[in-house]
Design a protein around this ligand. Structure first.
Ligand SMILES: *Cc1c(COP(=O)(O)O)cnc(C)c1O
Length: 230
């Protein structure tokens, strides 16, 4: 089931690429395995999945320890500063940096480990109150300040689009993030690349790919619905 779903999502990404004149190799599928057991991750691995996204530090660390070392782990959820030290050497990319204080902590912990942390700046494009992320108009300023930190490397931008019935409704959100990345890239800021655009989830990743996503984060579409204990 999981392996089949994974291949189906890959195929849909491929088709979205064809529709928009892009190469499928430009898009990384991140299998969002939060709340799902390692057995399901292994099933996804059988279909070729290598990149997994988690939104809780503890869960990422546990799965990291249980599964083979050649997998790639991304931290996609809101990150508290006091937990940075646990994921800094496990997450290859932190998608959810939305404040200078968090970026500073990431840089400090990366320095201790003798590494440079790869990060994305999370942008709350739709300005939903319930969501984390900087506003579009504050993004360049945060990028400029963060770029001065010695042990972080800004790779691009991430957004979580609103929950919508019709994915077309999120097209303007994805377009806005793409345009913002292009605008910032033009400024040629040292230590900043805008090559990664992390946008699109189960409900809207095909539209996101058409609009230039280089990473899509798909959970439900691969692993099925999540059940949360209350
Ligand atoms: C859970 C989650 C996803 C995946 O959501 P689905 O709708 O299940 O595909 C993507 N991005 C983030 C940040 C998430 O927390």
């Amino acid at each position: 089931m999981v392996a089949e779903n994974y291949r189906d999502v890959e195929e849909r990404i491929q088709k979205a690429c064809e529709r928009s004149g892009r190469k499928a190799s430009e898009v990384t599928l991140i299998a969002v395995s939060k709340t799902k057991p390692v057995q399901m991750i292994r099933e996804a691995m059988e279909a070729g999945a290598e990149v997994f996204g988690e939104n809780k530090v503890q869960e990422l660390c546990e799965k990291y320890g249980e599964l083979p070392g050649d997998l790639h782990w991304h931290m996609i959820g809101h990150l508290q500063r006091n937990k940075v030290k646990y994921v800094i050497d496990k997450a290859e990319l932190i998608h959810s940096v939305d404040s200078l204080r968090l970026a500073e902590e990431i840089s400090r912990e990366a320095e201790k480990k003798g590494i440079r942390a790869n990060i994305l700046i999370e942008v709350n494009v739709a300005e939903e109150e319930s969501k984390f992320g900087v506003r579009v108009e504050d993004t360049e300023s945060l990028v400029r300040k963060t770029a001065l930190l010695p042990n972080v490397c800004i790779k691009g931008l991430m957004t979580i689009a609103p929950y919508v019935e019709n994915p077309e409704e999120n097209r303007p959100v994805f377009r806005t993030l793409k345009k913002l990345a292009v605008d910032i890239k033009k400024k040629n800021i040292d230590n900043v690349s805008m090559d990664v655009l992390s946008m699109g989830m189960t409900g809207d990743y095909e539209v996101a790919v058409e609009e230039g996503a280089t990473m899509v984060r798909v959970g439900t579409g691969i692993f099925g619905e999540r059940k949360y204990a209350l």
